[in-house]
Ligand binder design. Structure first.
Ligand code: ISE
Length: 338
């Protein structure tokens, strides 16, 4: 039984806590930490064997914690990953790996220096069956080489505080990792374009929607629309244009209801519910890998987190310059090749 410590039980951390306690086999949570002690204690109250440890570094060091789940504020991920690596403990870290590409590089270097792959990054879509099918079609070349992909990432509303930085490092980062994984290539160029902003943008520092344009090393172009206050629902779209056809992510797994002169399909605004199966699958894969003292090759690694951070840095630069910015990435080191 894998004994897990969770750093951060905000909305997503609480979901991961409940997931590990009720839906994941051969893993249990032994301790949690959170800056909001009262809330954390409420979360664990029904579970008598879970301790609250105020200091996250003490939690990571605790002898009853074999492996660490990091779901705290983005800016803290790097420090907690480095501490877990120092102790040679397995880590599941929510994205981003670090708030900067320099920080992400430090984590990658520390993992390589330790000689063992210990970090799994929470890019959950790699475990989504629809995305997996899309990838299979694209990488096997069944409908020719991919040329262009159009993606959309829409949140009904965005939790405050939100701004242009978070739209890239919190939201566009999913498209960045997913598309790089899906086409098996990394990005060389990035640009961000600001169309007219919706009246629902919560502050003057958030252009909404934004269009992210990415070019891969093979010359494929990806357009990613990031619209975090679309109002109507959580909506994720992806269409890949290949030489002999197109492949599109299914948009609905729900029943289509027809009544007089109308046809409708329900949607949800809850992104966690939308991708629930993929979250369960990625956590089960992580727990299984930890219990087998190895890493899950299907999951995102620290290197993938570094690549995403370098790409988001270029997007942030382009938000300021309006120009096409280069993405200074190199080939995957042997340590991260499966
Ligand atoms: C959030 O952090 C996520 O990971 C969600 O998947 C994404 O839709 C949302 O925009 C992010 O804020």
């Amino acid at each position: 039984m894998l004994k897990v410590g969770i750093v951060g039980v905000g909305s997503m951390g609480t979901q991961h806590f409940l997931r590990l306690m009720t839906r994941i086999n051969n893993a249990t949570v032994t301790a949690v930490s959170d800056i909001n002690a009262a809330h954390a204690k409420d979360v664990i109250t029904p579970y008598k064997n879970v301790r609250f440890i105020a200091d996250p570094i003490s939690l990571i060091n605790d002898s009853e914690v074999d492996a660490v789940v990091i779901v705290s504020a983005d800016k803290t991920h790097e420090e907690f990953c480095l501490e877990a690596l120092r102790l040679k403990k397995f880590v599941f870290c929510e994205k981003p790996l670090s708030a900067s590409s320099e920080g992400a590089k430090k984590v990658v270097d520390a993992e390589i220096a330790g000689g063992k792959r210990l970090i799994q990054l929470g890019f959950n879509r790699r475990f989504d069956p629809a995305y997996q099918e899309l990838k299979e079609i694209v990488v096997t070349g069944k409908i020719g080489q991919p040329l262009v992909a159009h993606c959309a990432h829409r949140n009904a509303t965005y939790p405050a505080p939100s701004d242009d930085v978070v739209a890239i490092t919190g939201t566009a980062i999913h498209e960045i990792d997913t598309m790089s994984w899906l086409v098996g290539d990394y990005f060389t160029k990035a640009q961000v374009i600001f169309p007219k902003t919706t009246k629902y943008s919560q502050n003057s520092n958030l252009h909404d929607p934004q269009i992210v344009l990415l070019t891969t090393s093979s010359g494929m172009v990806i357009t990613a629309e990031i619209w975090v206050n679309c109002q109507y629902a959580y909506d994720i779209r992806c269409e890949v244009l290949c030489e002999d056809g197109t492949a599109t992510l299914p948009r609905h797994a729900r029943v289509n209801v027809c009544t007089k002169n109308s046809s409708s399909i329900g949607m949800t605004s809850d992104g966690l519910a939308f991708f629930e199966d993929s979250y369960n699958a990625e956590f089960q894969a992580w727990a299984d890998a930890c219990n087998n003292n190895t890493y899950c090759a299907a999951a995102a690694s620290a290197w993938d987190g570094y690549c995403a951070a370098v790409t988001t840095d270029s997007c942030l630069k382009s938000q300021k310059t309006g120009a096409i910015e280069s993405v200074p990435l190199t080939d995957r080191p042997a340590f991260y090749r499966d």
